[in-house]
Design a protein around this ligand. Structure first.
Ligand code: DGT
Ligand code: CA
Ligand code: CA
Ligand code: ZN
Length: 575
């Protein structure tokens, strides 16, 4: 059966080629609809193919962001594995979307020009054209832009082959569930970089405990998601999934579960250190257990493996050999912020700017998700592409929110905004208006190529603004796509500390901004953080898990994360 990631990709690709291939000036609306549908489908808990099987087109139309045109395309894709409109466009413009789409600054318009002028179809063509100095002759390009392009291609190549965790997570969990249901299986878990919740994933590693590997191996190699069985042994298998990612499987007996889990979770660097410790203690550590001579002294649980090495258990997210082993030796591993401990979400968009649901729908969705409050942070006026609000609209929105709060029981909506930081670090909304809101976030959305000094000055000036409570997605990166603007993050953290400004961990899986290393810097300095979903639709609250994971990778505890507080306590804690 067709899985959601494949349907989402089909819609995204169709949107992309439509934008490249059609001259209709209103094409943007259709294109955005395709992208929106793709985003929704990618994070939908139920497969659209299942929805279609049960309720046909009518069922598809109930999926948020899916209208008639898109429902028909989804139906076509489910039935035939193809979309005719896409195939026709592809015949006209035979480009490698996956490669070219990934390069920052290469949008549909650029691709069209590059294809028309230089017959650039893929990354290799683009790189060749840039190296041969042909790019600078294309309208809109310069020598500098040609050089920048080469740098971006390098950046893209480095991340290539690694998938963003949020894009593969639903699939990962679905297969894990399947493994748990196989006869004789005592335990099943996703290990490797997924268990460590790294922001990008090379391949997926499944570990299963069972005394009878055969049915597990059969299930794993014959799942509908499998495109090719690359290798199969008695208790190990290696497959390529249809979505283009590889998956490993290891089946072990229950008594080795802990040791195998430790081994297969990694990281390799972390495990190499553990082995050294074992050797120094006259022990031997491998995936079957901890051994003293021929005798197994530990192996059934991870706790007992770590204990045998004289260490406290270490949460998977910390296992990167970045100092965590020393903490474990001293018994002072921090108690990390827990999944599910967030009480509120402080970056949430509504349809009043670029979201796709009303404030009330966003509030009810958050409540259903288990949150107690959200801040509605629509964009502000200088961000016209996102439908930014002006002063008057913000104040009107705050009034509507007050009325809504009277109606909502056991839930609170905070009036807020994602205020746009201008080129000079000033804001596009006056302070006397911002001060009427409950909480204010500020973010950079333009002028990404200013030099590092100017960019740092811009952010620190915003942090010094007494009305600004939070800096949203502070470095502006998009994982695998955009490196983020140059900024002296240490300096930003210092100023956040001086001014009592909070820094955001944006949980959207494309951003995860701040990254783990910067979270650690902030935590060390005592700068407070919040974890936000950046939701544009209620299903996006599911992104919060990736933000909590990132916080844990940055060694943050509950006390470091302000939106683990109640709304009242949070508001008291702000500057
Ligand atoms: P990935 O797949 O690149 O996102 O990262 P991982 O960490 O999932 O790496 P992977 O899939 O190559 O291997 C899974 C785990 O298996 C890894 O975290 C630790 C363990 N492992 C793999 N190769 C070695 C090795 O050569 N030595 C040791 N000690 N452990 C290894
Ligand atoms: Ca892996
Ligand atoms: Ca692997
Ligand atoms: Zn934003």
């Amino acid at each position: 059966m067709v899985k959601n990631p494949a349907v989402a990709k089909a819609m995204r690709d169709l949107g992309f080629l439509t934008e490249v291939g059609e001259d209709d000036p209103n094409v943007q609306f259709r294109v955005r609809a395709y992208y929106r549908a793709a985003d929704t489908i990618a994070s939908l808990p139920e497969d659209v193919a299942d929805i279609y099987r049960k309720n046909g087109i009518k069922g598809l139309l109930e999926v948020p962001s899916v209208g008639k045109n898109i429902a028909a395309k989804i139906e076509e894709y489910i039935k035939t594995g193809k979309v005719r409109a896409f195939e026709e466009l592809k015949a006209k413009i035979p480009i490698d979307i996956d490669e070219l789409y990934g390069i920052e600054g290469v949008g549909p318009k650029t691709i069209k020009i590059l294809y028309d002028k230089l017959q650039v179809k893929n990354l290799a063509d683009l790189e060749k054209a840039a190296r041969e100095g042909k790019l600078r002759a294309v309208p809109g390009f310069t020598e500098k832009k040609e050089r920048d392009m080469l740098k971006r291609i390098e950046f893209f190549k480095r991340g290539k082959g690694r998938r963003i965790i949020g894009e593969v997570y639903p699939l990962v969990k679905q297969i894990e569930k399947g493994l748990l249901q196989v006869a004789g299986v005592k335990n099943a878990i996703t290990a490797g970089s997924v268990r460590r919740m790294k922001e990008t994933i090379g391949d997926i590693d499944y570990l299963v405990a069972s005394s009878d590997p055969e049915p597990v191996m059969d299930f794993f190699t014959k799942m509908p998601e499998v495109q090719e069985v690359v290798g199969r042994g008695p208790a190990k298998a290696f497959v390529r999934l249809a979505s283009g990612i590889d998956a490993d499987l290891l089946v072990v007996p229950e008594e080795s579960w802990g040791a195998a889990l430790q081994y297969f979770t990694g990281s390799k660097e972390h495990s190499v250190e553990l082995r050294k410790i074992a050797i120094a203690k006259g022990l031997r550590l491998n995936e079957w257990g901890v051994f003293k001579g021929e005798k197994r002294v530990a192996g059934a649980t991870e706790e007992e493996v770590y204990r045998a090495l004289g260490l406290q258990w270490i949460p998977p997210e910390m296992r990167e050999n970045a100092g965590e082993i020393e903490l474990a030796r001293q018994g002072i591993v921090p108690k990390l912020v827990e999944y599910g401990s967030l009480k509120g979400d402080l970056q949430v968009h509504s349809e009043n700017s670029d979201g796709t649901a009303t404030i009330e729908e966003m509030a009810r969705g958050a409540k259903e998700f288990g949150l107690d409050y959200v801040a509605i942070t629509d964009h502000t006026k200088s961000l016209a592409v996102a439908g930014g609000l002006d002063e008057q609209e913000l104040l009107q929105q705050a009034e509507k929110i007050a009325e809504l709060n009277d109606r909502l029981k056991g839930f609170r909506v905070l009036a807020s905004a994602e205020v746009n930081i201008m080129k000079d670090g000033s804001l596009d909304i006056a302070n006397n208006v911002l001060d009427k809101l409950d909480i204010v976030g500020a973010a950079i959305h333009s002028h990404f190529n200013l030099p590092i000094e100017a960019q740092t000055e811009r952010l620190t000036k915003a942090a010094r603004n007494p009305s600004v409570d939070i800096l949203f997605h502070p470095t502006g990166r998009l994982i695998n796509k955009r490196a983020g603007y140059p900024v002296d993050i240490e300096r930003v953290i210092e100023v956040a500390n001086e001014t009592g400004t909070v820094l955001e961990i944006d949980a959207h899986y494309d951003r995860l901004d701040l990254k783990d290393e910067y979270i650690r810097m902030a935590v060390k300095k005592g700068v407070k953080l919040v974890i936000d979903s950046d939701a544009h639709h209620p299903i996006h609250y599911a992104f919060l898990i990736f933000g909590v994971a990132q916080a844990r990778r940055g060694w943050a505890t509950q006390a470091d994360i302000l939106n683990t507080l109640t709304a009242d306590r949070l508001l008291e804690a702000l500057k």
